[in-house]
Write a protein that binds this ligand. Structure first.
Ligand SMILES: Cc1cc2nc3c(=O)[nH]c(=O)nc-3n(C[C@H](O)[C@H](O)[C@H](O)COP(=O)(O)OP(=O)(O)OC[C@H]3O[C@@H](n4cnc5c(N)ncnc54)[C@H](O)[C@@H]3O)c2cc1C
Ligand SMILES: NC(=O)c1ccc[n+]([C@@H]2O[C@H](COP(=O)([O-])OP(=O)(O)OC[C@H]3O[C@@H](n4cnc5c(N)ncnc54)[C@H](OP(=O)(O)O)[C@@H]3O)[C@@H](O)[C@H]2O)c1
Length: 499
């Protein structure tokens, strides 16, 4: 461990690494089992992602009704303000969760477990649980001589906790991913000039943000709707409140297609993605139709026609929806502002690599400017149990619909080991290989591989990683994933070596 060294323990039964959404839930569940549990957390506070990401405009991209703990003791006294809350609201939520469940007394902050000492860490009878998500480690792009840049550089996940005054500054943002578009739409009106370096256009969807009415929340609780919602989530493909259409696009009439897409667009959020026809993910011709609809809606919002081909090109950069679309709020309008310019890196990267970007940064001579090098996260190191991660989400679904179910599985598994006097559990090699084969077989029926840079496949790290680019997440839907987990448990931890 590095940083603060925890006092020695007489005895602990389980060590959880990370105090994010998953780690806190795991602590709560294992305590309920009567185990003595501690969390080691590298950061100085709870919340994981939400503790680290303080950049302007940081917020959820799932409606908050599904992005929260399904524990009645937690939700019954908590009221949300927005349908898609900003980071500050989520941080307040975590403080409330800590207070409700009395979590901090078992958390050691500023305590990083490293791969080396993590593997040799010896606490008698301890199960180690790695609950570091797939997206917690910042990825700094390999831009030559970045350290000699004379302006200030920031990464979205290491934004100064006290905030950053960008008023009147010349700012460059390298990234048009999830974090990037949130920063861009939030700082454009504040800075003197904003230059956006875009490698791949973001096929973002309108968020349709609104307040989450307090009276509506009270009513939902009184009528037991919350419990219905939480029970429904694992029944849907992506752990959301809505499902794909029951028929393929090719079986629907032109009128039905048009009306459905218009209504999904109006509803906002992920409706146009996760409530769409299932064949947009498997049939490239159908996908092109969906992309053409997206393009026409977006182009209507881009004031400068010269930017149409950069932000919403005729040929899609990748099929729509095979990389998670992000949610935006005025993102495309930003490029109509006088103080915003777009630099399209797509071809530059292909022809000149990173050097071109570096030269460009110098030519701009932003000696006192700010360069926000943002977005881009990757995973940390392996350990005994992983929740949600390690390299990519273990299953393509809303993370907070998945995390509690995986933590429940781990909790039950530990109980089984305890009851049967086992102290060790390892996956069997053939079980790992069978799982990988299943993941790849399911993925081969969809268009996932048609994306040059995606954290679903690890292609976003292809230039720095030696591992093969292949689908990393289970894309067969949450119900099937949970069925497979239950199967393994029901058959006495089938696929695991116990001793
Ligand atoms: C800005 C942002 C918005 C997001 N919005 C959504 C959303 O709307 N919907 C959705 O489904 N997902 C969203 N995500 C994904 C998000 O990662 C998950 O929703 C969720 O927060 C993951 O929780 P976690 O506990 O698994 O991981 P994290 O929140 O990443 O927590 C992991 C913790 O482990 C700690 N840690 C890691 N390594 C070590 C170590 N070696 N030693 C000690 N501590 C360690 C880290 O410091 C961190 O606190 C978002 C991600 C980001 C970055
Ligand atoms: N609630 C939210 O809205 C929210 C906010 C932040 C994060 N998240 C979650 O976290 C995940 C990861 O988000 P993220 O923003 O960290 O990463 P991301 O969405 O993968 O975005 C990374 C961005 O950086 C660009 N990039 C990477 N290397 C580059 C380089 N060398 N030069 C120029 N550009 C480069 C990428 O371009 P390419 O596309 O060309 O690779 C992409 O635009 C998301 O998918 C989401 O699940 C959610």
């Amino acid at each position: 461990m590095s940083g603060h060294t925890p006092a020695s323990f007489d005895r602990i039964d389980a060590l959880v690494v990370g105090a994010g959404f998953a780690g806190l839930y795991q602590l709560y569940r294992l305590r309920a089992l009567g185990l003595s549990v501690k969390i080691f957390e590298a950061a100085s506070g709870i919340g994981g992602t939400w503790h680290m990401n303080r950049y302007p405009g940081v917020r959820t991209d799932c409606e908050v009704v599904i992005y929260q703990y399904d524990l009645e003791t937690v939700w019954k006294d908590w009221t949300w303000k927005d349908k898609y809350p900003l980071g500050e609201q989520i941080q307040a939520y975590f403080r409330y969760v800590d207070h409700k469940l009395d979590l901090k007394r078992d958390i050691y902050f500023n305590t990083r477990v490293t791969a080396q000492n993590g593997m040799s860490l010896h606490i008698s009878g301890t199960f180690r649980l790695q609950v570091d998500s797939s997206l917690s480690k910042p990825l700094i792009p390999n831009i030559k001589d970045l350290s000699t840049f004379e302006g200030r550089c920031f990464h979205s996940s290491h934004w100064p906790q006290e905030g950053l005054d960008l008023t009147g500054k010349h700012v460059a943002v390298i990234d048009t991913g999830s974090s990037g578009i949130q920063v861009i739409e939030n700082i454009a009106s504040q800075v003197r000039h904003l230059t956006v370096f875009q490698r791949t256009p973001n096929l973002a969807l309108p968020i349709n943000q609104s307040r989450f009415d307090e009276k509506e929340q009270v009513k939902m609780k009184e009528t037991d709707l919350y419990n219905h919602i939480f029970r429904r989530l694992p029944q849907t493909f992506a752990g959301f409140l809505y499902e794909f259409q029951p028929i393929p696009f090719t079986s629907a009439t032109t009128e039905a297609q048009k009306l459905l897409w218009e209504s999904q667009w109006k509803a906002g959020g992920f409706h146009f993605w996760l409530r769409n026809y299932p064949d947009i993910f498997s049939d490239e011709t159908v996908n092109r139709e969906a992309y053409a609809f997206w393009r026409s809606k977006v182009r209507a919002r881009i004031r400068n026609p010269a930017l149409h081909k950069q932000l919403a090109p005729i040929i899609p950069p990748h099929p729509f929806g095979i990389k998670q679309p992000d949610l935006e709020q005025g993102y495309f309008e930003v490029f109509g502002r006088e103080n915003v310019s777009l630099v399209d890196l797509y071809w530059c990267y292909r022809w000149y690599g990173y050097t071109w970007l570096q030269r460009r940064l110098y030519r701009e001579k932003w000696k006192n400017g700010v360069f926000t090098n943002i977005g881009m996260t990757t995973s940390d190191f392996p350990n005994l149990f992983f929740v949600y991660g390690p390299q990519a989400p273990s299953v393509l679904a809303n993370s907070t619909s998945v995390i509690p179910r995986q933590s429940d599985w781990i909790t039950d598994c530990l109980k089984f080991l305890q009851d049967n006097d086992y102290t060790r559990i390892e996956t069997k090699r053939d079980a790992e290989e069978a799982w990988r084969d299943l993941v790849l077989e399911i993925a081969s029926k969809r268009l996932w591989h048609k994306c040059e840079s995606s954290w679903y496949t690890g292609s976003n790290l292809a230039s720095t990683n030696t591992r093969p680019v292949e689908m990393l997440a289970f894309s067969g839907g949450l119900p099937l994933y949970l069925e497979k987990c239950a199967e393994a448990a029901d058959n006495g931890c089938q696929g695991f070596e116990l001793s």
